[in-house]
Design a binder for this molecule. Structure first.
Ligand SMILES: [Zn+2]
Length: 215
């Protein structure tokens, strides 16, 4: 893998700008005019996870929130601000939660062998592992265990999204964006859609409707 120097990064930037302008002289004028991205991406901070490259999307197409092991934390004011802004102001039509195989955060949650703040951050995933321990421990290899927990984590984070007050409000008003749970295989570069059914997490239960009828 090439590791550029800082000077080379700036040279790369100039080359990229020249390339974009050659294709479309208005490219940066258009970017400067504002953003209306259709997608919010909730991904892992891992350096191998820039979704734009895997999906051949351009600046202006994906609004991004990334953290270790792509978690949707109901107490993370940074994430909740992004979610609220993406829905209320940018009016994104899709939210993509994308995890990946070989995730260091998932590994830390599964094996509990790091000695830093990451341990605290991935604790909800460790709880998830404990819930699903029978299934995960039955897998023959360490790699399969880590990858299965990465898949289950994506499903859990989609569920967490539906549990935010922001999404629940959208669901009541019937203008919720579509939510997708994806896992990227770094060994192939391919994305797998986990086909998470939104109805599974539908919190507009009869009791909620009753509550609305009463008020
Ligand atoms: Zn990761």
């Amino acid at each position: 893998m090439i590791h550029y120097t800082i000077e080379e990064l700036l040279e790369n930037n100039q080359a990229w700008v020249a390339e974009k302008l050659a294709l479309n002289p208005e490219f940066f004028n258009e970017l400067g005019a504002g953003q209306s991205p259709p997608y919010l991406y909730v991904g892992c901070s891992d350096s191998r996870m820039p979704l734009t490259q895997y999906t051949q999307t351009e600046p202006g197409e994906i609004f991004v929130h990334r953290n270790i092991a792509n978690q949707v934390s109901l107490t993370d004011i940074n994430f909740l601000s992004i979610l609220d802004y993406a829905i209320a102001n940018l009016k994104v039509q899709h939210i993509i939660v994308c995890g990946h195989y070989g995730c260091g955060g998932i590994e830390a949650a599964l094996e509990g062998n790091t000695t830093g703040l990451v341990d605290n951050w991935v604790n909800p995933i460790r709880e998830l592992y404990i819930q699903k321990q029978l299934e995960i421990d039955s897998l023959p290899t360490r790699e399969e265990k880590i990858n299965r927990l990465a898949e289950l984590n994506v499903i859990a984070q989609v569920k967490n999204l539906y549990q935010t007050s922001i999404l629940r409000k959208c669901m009541r008003e019937n203008n919720a964006p579509d939510i997708h749970g994806w896992v990227l295989n770094l060994k192939t570069g391919l994305i797998q859609d986990m086909q998470v059914k939104s109805s599974e997490w539908d919190l507009i239960s009869p009791s909620c409707e009753l509550e609305e009828n009463v008020t």
